[in-house]
Design a protein around this ligand. Sequence first.
Ligand code: PMT
Length: 417
Amino acid sequence: MGTLTNKRILLGITGGIAAYKSADTVRRLRDAGAEVRAIMTAAATEFITPLTLQAVSGHPVHRQLLDAEPGQRPTDAGAQDGMDHIELARWADALLVAPASANFLARLAQGRADDLLSAVCLATQAPVAVAPAMNRQMWSNAATQANLATLGKNGIRIFGPAEGSQACGETGPGRMLEPAELVTQISQLFVTGELDGLSVMVTAGPTWEAIDPVRGLTNRSSGKMGYAVAQAAAEAGARVILVSGPTALADPERVQTVRVSSAQEMYDAVHAHVGTANIFIGVAAVADYRPSQIADNKIKKDAQNITLELTRNPDILASIAALKPAPFTVGFAAETEDVEQRARRKRESKNLDLIAANRVGTNLGFGSEENSLLLIGQDGVTPLPIQPKTQLARALIRHIAVKYHATRTAGVRQIRR
Ligand code: PMT
């Protein structure tokens, strides 16, 4: 897997000769594992066609702030696919404007929102980076430098520019960084360092409780939430062990993944590897019960009714919280009703530092791309609104990092109730 696996990158393309490199930038971002959508300004389309960007990104190119013109309606072939500037802004994990012309930098510095790209830059909470590309005199001009200073002050990252021969025949600073370097720099945005030097264990996915050689009890957990949490912890600098039930997902990058099947196997793997973990996060939907007997052969359908006797599985999360010393222990609570009350009771009965409650049985939770969480700790409740699970996982890891460091700075393991 690449350094941008599961990342959603919005690539903004403005008018400049370096726009011809945008197709290569998209290809390299996708090779690194990212999903890419492109926004082009009107000037950019003079240098490279939207069709080229659509072909390499695999998505329609976004061009209009208002999509009312014929040919730009969501239903028209080749037009934008119904995401408005707010949806695009929310969708992105990072926004890279490459090439960024002198004119676009000036408009961004002013906070203009009169075309789609500038409006998305204003509306997004994701990190924004620009890769300037222009003639060396335009780059050195005091107005451009003042705009760059403003952008830097506003938290916009500036990638480059490089020095060298320019399309205008001059030599000097102002060349856009090469696509490979842009991919390296955008990957760095996701490395936070919040959990540097710490060890984190995450459980994810469902468990499979065999009834006979071909049948079993399981649930609808896809593993997406747990894998996103494992990856976010790795991005935050932690050494991560993911103990996963059966899923269709690839192993997350920079994460040691241990595959198991049943709840008992998950329990055994967790205890075999938990070692000196500083933080434990139980995202797995572990089966509470397993069949008391596993039939050696496929059960025949001779009888009209059969009875399956079930035995209680060990509670992995509670067993970790009971260790002495225990890691900072975080559970999830999947609830269909009275979400906060039930999650609170779970946190107390399992003696957890934190519980992340989600309402399931709707279109969120199991199997969905998006989710929302209610983080319940000793000192209060923090809601994390609906967003893609990858972004939600990063917000959760940020919260855990703050709480973990607070308890350790205080020098005591907090009494959790
Ligand atoms: O995988 P996805 O499709 O992305 O869906 C994500 C999710 C809905 C599965 C996830 O967000 C979630 O809610 N995970 C917890 C599911 C669950 O089993 O909840 P619970 O309320 O039954 O369990 C409470 C906690 O105890 C959980 O942390 C669970 O991992 C843990 N547990 C439960 C039983 C058991 N025998 N051992 C455990 O460790």
